[in-house]
Every structure is written in C-alpha cells, then in structure tokens.
Design a protein. Structure first.
Length: 152
C-alpha cells in the first residue's frame, strides 16, 4: 500500500491499483482520498479531494470525479463521465460514455446521458430525438389540416 502525505491530509493507493498517464488524484481536504485494491484508472482522469474508489472499479479516460465522491465496488465509468461532488455511486453501476450525474446512484443501475438517467429510457429518447425534425413537420401538416377542416 502506498500513502502520500500532505500535511494532515493523505492519499492512500492500495495494492494492485493501475493508474494511467496524466491522471490527477487530489489529496484529501478532510480525512483521506483512497483508491482501493484492484481499481483500474485510465489516462487523463481527475479524482477530486477526499474521494473513495472501492475495489475493482474501472474508470475510463477523461472522467472527472468532484470532491468527496464515493465510487462503489465493480463500478464502470466509461470515457468522459462526470460525477458531481459528495455523491455515492453504488456497487456494480455502469455509467456510459459522455454521461454525467449530479445525484446518488443505486446499486446495479446502468445510466446514460446528461443528466444521467436509466439507459433503456435514454436509448428510446435518443431514437425519438433523431426523428424530431420529421415529427415537427408532421405536426405542422396536421395543424394545417385541422385548420382547414375548421374553416369548412
């Protein structure tokens, strides 16, 4: 186990942790910053002060954790994920790429989007989003048709 000290605050890196290039792990402002055994942290990750990363978590590139966040066991944070401060992300959670959350996440959830919400709902929303232009055109045609029927 490695411990780096900065006055009264510390950063603890447990055994079998992998940390990629240009990753920043802030020392604690209160208590400790701790990366637990088996965690894998990719390149260009920012881990804020007083965060805890539980065992076997996987944090992919360009992810940022604000201070005092707790990341559960076996969590996967895909690339470019953002975690707001003082949050608890439960065990076995997956947050997909380019997503961000500003609320606690229950165990086992799969989240996507900004703000992050259930992945299945997000997939349906994105499918609808791609058709918004077509839907708007259809609504305009229907409004015109209704107006014509009212005139008669």
């Amino acid at each position: 186990m490695n411990i780096c000290w900065s006055k009264k605050t510390k950063c603890v890196i447990e055994n079998d942790v992998e940390i990629g290039a240009n990753t920043a792990i802030d020392c604690a402002s209160v208590g400790e910053t701790r990366i637990k055994s088996g965690a894998k942290i990719d390149n260009l990750v920012q881990i804020g002060h007083s965060c805890t990363i539980e065992e076997d978590a996987l944090i992919c590139a360009q992810t940022g954790l604000a201070g005092s966040s707790v990341i559960g066991k076996r969590v996967i944070l895909a690339g470019q994920v953002g975690i707001a401060g003082h949050l608890k992300v439960g065990d076995d959670v997956v947050i997909t790429a380019k997503s961000a959350t500003s609320h606690d996440v229950e165990n086992g959830k799969i989240l996507s989007g900004i703000p992050a919400f259930d992945n299945r709902d997000w997939l349906r929303s994105i499918a609808a989003f791609r058709r918004l232009g077509e839907m708007a055109q259809t609504v305009r045609k229907l409004e015109k048709r209704i107006a014509e029927l009212k005139i008669r």
